[in-house]
Write a protein of this length. Sequence first.
Length: 370
Amino acid sequence: MKKQLLQAGLAAAALGTVALVLYSNPPLQSVGRGELGLRTSRFGGEVTEWRDGGVLVIPGVHDWRLYVLRDQVYRPVESASADGPAPLQSLEGLSIGVDLQVRYALDPAKLRAAAARLPEDIAGAVVQPAVNGTMYKVFARYTVREIFSTKRAEIQQVMEAELSERLAQDGIALRGVLIGKVDLPADYRRGMEGLLAEELAAAKMRYTLDLKEKRVKEVALEGDAEKVRREKAAEAMGQAQVIAARSQEEAMKHVLPLKARQIEQRKLEADADKEARVRQAEAAAQARRIEATGEADARRRLAEAEAYRLDKVGRTSAEQLAREGEVLSRHPLLIQKAFAEKLSEKLQVIIAPPPAEGGFIGSALLGQKK
C-alpha cells in the first residue's frame, strides 16, 4: 500500500514538473508578420526556418529563437548634443553633437548562419557598439566646418560603407545613415556664424561683381551682334536690290518683245474690228433695203387685196339686195313680218286690217292715213 502511494506521488510530481515546464515553455509558438523563427534540434543540430503561422517547439528537444525582420532605427542619444555625456570629437579636438540615425534590419539570407553567435539583445550588443565605434572614428577625421557644411554628404557615405561592412559580418543589413542636426559649442557657433556672414557677404559681392561683368560683356556682345546684324541686313538689302535689278533687266528682255507682239495684236484686232463694223453696216443697210422693199410689196399686196375685197363685197351686197328686192316684190308680207318681229320681243300676234291696195301693214297701227 505504501509502495503504491509512493508511486502515485512520484507520478503526480512528474506530471506537475511536466506541466510547469510546458507552462514556462509553451510547445506552440507563433510567428507574426515581419518575423522569422528558427527552431534548432538539440540532438541533430538541424535548423528550420518559420515565417508565418504556428510552430511546435518541444521543450528539451528544440531551441527556439524569434527574430524581427522589420527595419529598425538606432539613435545614439548621448552624442546628439555638444554638452551631452558622450559628444563627438572633431579633427581640432572640439566637442560636437550630431543627431545621427542608423536604419538597419536583419538579413534573412545570413540569419541562419549567424544565429548561433548573435546575442539576445542585438541592438545593444551588436548595433550600438558598431555604430559608436564607426561614428567616433569617422567624425574625428574632419574639421567642425567640414562636418557642419561642406563634407556632410561625404561623411554619410563613408559611415555607410564602413558600418555596412561591419554589420554584415553579424547578418545585419544596413539600410542607410542619416545625419541630422549638428550641435556646435556656443562660442564656436557664434564665431562661425560671424565668419559665415562675412563669407556670405564676400560671396555676394563676388557674385554681384561677376554679374555686373557678365552684364557688361553681354551689352558689348549685344552691341557687336547688333552691328553685325545691321551690316548683314544692309548687305542682304544690297544683294536683294542687285538681284531685283538683274531680274528686272532679264524680265525686260522678255517683256519688250511681248509688248511689241501685244501692240501688233491690238492693231490687227482694231483692223479686224473696223472691217467687221463695215461689214455689219453694209449688212444692216442691205437688210433695211430688203425690209423696205418687202414692206412696200406687202402694202401693195394689202391694197390690192383690200380693193379686191371691197369690189367683191360690193358685188355680193348688190346681188344680195337684188335678190332680197325680188323676194320682197314677190312676197310683200315679209316686210310686215320683219317689222312685227322688231317691234317687241313679247309681241307674238298683231291683229290689224289688211292694207288696201298692198299698202304697209303698220300704217293702221301707227295711225297714219291710208
